[in-house]
Design a protein around this ligand. Structure first.
Ligand code: ARG
Length: 296
């Protein structure tokens, strides 16, 4: 830098600095209120910590015990408590927004939701368009039928009318069995609607996630349903869905998940909803108390 340009630089710098200092001073004066006479001058204190970031979490809250709305309209459930615990560990805040399943991944892709927790099964197909946290729950499809039904295995549904929630892994499994063009598949906006249809006789069976089916059957004895398991259903794992490429939030969430698994808080939430801590070993599983009615 030549002498002239250095001078010019300095002058410009001083001008700029002076201007911004003046602006700041004016802005500060504008905001300031005259302190009451008795108030001592404030002692300079450490700057307040930046407020925690609030992430918007989409959930289809018609999927008890994972996510549902209580009488007060609050969103509650296993997934909700897991994400709340993760957020607490990872130092962010969450706001749950009830979001219909059908638009839930679009909302994530468009950035209207930062995360989706909704008993979402991690599938290779979904992984093309979204990212997932580490798995946090094991699941499998389960069949619900009326008490007197002769259905004993999944293949028995071939000639029957089957209800599913649109676009779920249950829908996928049934579509594979009955064929893409089958008119015997009745698709519903929510799983409870499909189960209501089973109750009223509009369908012969419903295929949905085991936790939800078991919960519904246990809490609606009047519906007179039974469940039918089939080992042919693929094992599934739930993950928290994130916008593709949001590696920063994914790392935070995974760290939080690892922390709540390590310190026992995940097991506590699990036990609250499913009666026993998730089996880590065969001994642990058999030693665990049988599932209590942790449905409410
Ligand atoms: N696990 C299934 C899937 O990912 C069903 C999830 C439905 N979740 C819900 N909250 N409705 O396809």
């Amino acid at each position: 830098m030549t002498l002239i340009s250095t001078r010019k630089f300095l002058r410009n710098f001083v001008q700029l600095a002076g201007l911004s200092a003046a602006t700041l001073f004016l802005a500060a004066c504008g905001k300031q209120e005259a302190p009451p006479a008795a108030t001592p001058a404030p002692v300079a204190s450490a700057p307040a910590p930046a407020p925690a970031k609030v992430y918007v979490v989409g959930t289809d809250a018609a999927y008890a015990p994972f996510e549902s709305q209580n009488e007060k309209g609050e969103i509650v459930g296993f997934d909700i408590e897991v994400v709340q615990a993760v957020a607490k560990k990872a130092g962010f805040e969450v706001k749950f927004v009830n979001t219909p399943w059908e638009g839930i991944f679009n909302a994530l892709g468009q950035g209207d939701r930062d995360m989706v927790v909704s008993a979402v099964t991690i599938t290779p197909e979904r992984q093309q368009t979204m990212d997932f946290s580490a798995p946090y729950f094991d699941a499998q499809q389960l069949i619900a039928v009326k008490d007197g039904s002769k259905v004993a295995k999944f293949a028995d549904l071939k000639k029957l009318k089957v209800g599913v929630q649109t676009g779920t892994t249950g829908d996928e499994a049934v579509t594979k069995l009955l064929g893409k063009t089958s008119t015997a598949i009745k698709r519903f906006e929510s799983t409870p609607l499909a189960l209501k249809e089973l109750e009223s006789g509009g369908v012969d069976a419903v295929v949905a996630d085991n936790g939800v089916v078991i919960h519904f059957v246990a809490n609606n004895p009047g519906a007179k349903f039974k469940t039918v398991a089939d080992k042919d259903f693929q094992p599934e794992q739930y993950g928290i869905a994130l916008k593709k490429g949001n590696a920063e939030l994914r790392a935070l969430v995974n760290k939080g998940l690892a922390d709540i698994k390590a310190d026992g808080s995940y097991d506590q939430i699990y036990a609250k909803y499913f009666g026993a801590a998730p089996a880590k070993t065969a001994e642990a599983a058999s030693a665990a108390a049988p599932a209590s009615a942790a449905s409410k």
